[in-house]
Design a protein around this ligand. Structure first.
Ligand code: RM4
Ligand code: MN
Length: 395
């Protein structure tokens, strides 16, 4: 492993970028989750959106890098969104992307926007328009759409007609946008349906976004690709087209495993961040929202989110240490191994000391996991949050 002292690029510049980097956390990561086989309960699990926000604020308090929390509607439905947003502010947080949910109602058995029944389609559109109202009430500008629509059997429905219905529904939602607001359209190659998925890949998402207009951008969820997919290629292409709106970070081994980002393949995360850095897309002006979309089935949730933020920071730091001049020169000279070596040198650098310095400069502990443990928060909420129903993925 290369020591930080051996790095020749401008470390102070890298630290300045790292100090400003932010990662959005998902409210649902703090609730219980599991598989279709078992959802485990944990002492101290939040019972409502307020408690989820309180937990999310802990991640920000020790990392200084997670000041936004995404909500999922209706999982995070409340009577008074002004009050929820004010509560988030008191906790040092703002509310980020609003995620719609058109996959849990019985009426969506055959799909939402792609459903053959016009009445169900209208209901799905109306839900998204309601989400836009929530978005405005909490001071957010991003509506994130993931459609679970698809079919299980060949011939079950017309592939083409379903695309037309999706396009029409998205158009109606898009028409509800005001200036400065965005639709973030996510794709996923399979699940919950197995034969066709109506938005299975970045190409399909992009085609719909391009038809809609400039306020529609693609969300890349790292878990939503077939094994072996070159995700950084997709990142580069979407950035090139100005259509990468957001990431849903997580890790996968098999399907949509929703594990801690950077845990399965830190090298892949580094390669993704390298494309981001090269495109200058860490600059918030380019509009890429870096978000986590994860579930914590067996591990402690708040520390898992802290670890996730740290993993993104470490991959980013390594990407910032790529010697761009040396890389460009080697690429131009056709020096295959030389170019590869420049990248690997950056990847093989221990960046933990510079991240520790970035945290200390903000008055934070160098070790966020240790700092959280020292607060006693986990023990406190385990004692306080007794009774009620623990939030869980899907409820
Ligand atoms: C989906 C997708 C969405 C997330 C839901 C919970 O697979 O990743 O982003 O909101 O799961
Ligand atoms: Mn996602």
């Amino acid at each position: 492993m290369r020591r930080i002292e051996e790095v020749i690029v401008d470390i102070a510049a890298a630290k300045a970028v790292l100090a400003q980097q932010t990662i959005e956390v998902p409210s649902w990561a703090y609730g219980n989750s599991g598989t279709r086989f078992k959802v485990f309960g944990t002492p101290g699990t939040p019972r409502d959106p307020w408690e989820k926000i309180a937990d999310a604020a802990q991640v920000n308090a020790v990392t200084g890098a997670a000041p936004r929390v995404s909500l999922h509607i209706p999982w995070d439905k409340v009577e008074d969104y002004d009050a929820l947003s004010a509560y988030a502010h008191e906790q040092g947080m703002t509310i980020g992307a609003i995620n719609s949910n058109v996959f849990q109602d019985d009426e969506y058995r055959l799909g939402s926007l792609a459903n053959p029944d016009a009445r169900v389609r209208a209901k799905a559109v109306a839900h998204h328009l309601d989400c836009l109202e929530v978005m405005r009430a909490v001071g957010s500008t991003d509506l994130k759409i993931w459609l679970a629509d698809g079919t299980n059997y060949a011939g079950q429905d017309s592939i083409r007609a379903r695309q037309d219905r999706v396009a029409e529904g998205l158009e109606q939602i898009y028409a509800g946008l005001q200036a400065g607001e965005r639709i973030l359209l996510e794709y996923k190659f399979f699940e919950p349906f197995f034969y066709t998925t109506d938005i299975p890949d970045w190409g399909t998402s992009l085609v719909h976004c391009m038809a809609l207009g400039e306020q529609a951008t693609v969300v890349l969820d790292t878990g939503h690709h077939a094994p072996g997919t070159n995700i950084e290629f997709i990142v580069a292409q979407l950035l090139r087209l100005g259509r990468l709106g957001a990431f849903d970070f997580n890790s996968r081994y098999y399907a949509d495993d929703d594990l801690i980002v950077g845990s399965a393949d830190p090298f892949q995360l580094f390669r993704i961040m390298h494309e981001i850095v090269q495109a200058g897309a860490l600059d918030p002006a380019l509009g890429v929202n870096f978000m986590l979309d994860q579930c914590h089935n067996i591990e402690a949730k708040i520390p898992a989110q802290i670890r996730s933020v740290m993993n993104v920071q470490e991959a980013t730091a390594k990407a910032l240490l790529v010697d761009a001049d040396a890389l460009g020169a080697a690429q131009q000279a056709g020096d295959v191994l030389g170019a590869h070596a420049v990248l690997m040198d950056a990847f093989n650098t221990d960046v933990r000391p510079i991240l520790a310095e970035v945290r200390e400069a903000k008055g934070l502990d160098a070790d966020p996991i240790k700092a959280f443990a020292a607060t006693g928060y986990a023990e406190k909420v385990a004692a306080e949050r007794v009774g009620g129903t623990q939030a869980s993925w899907g409820a």
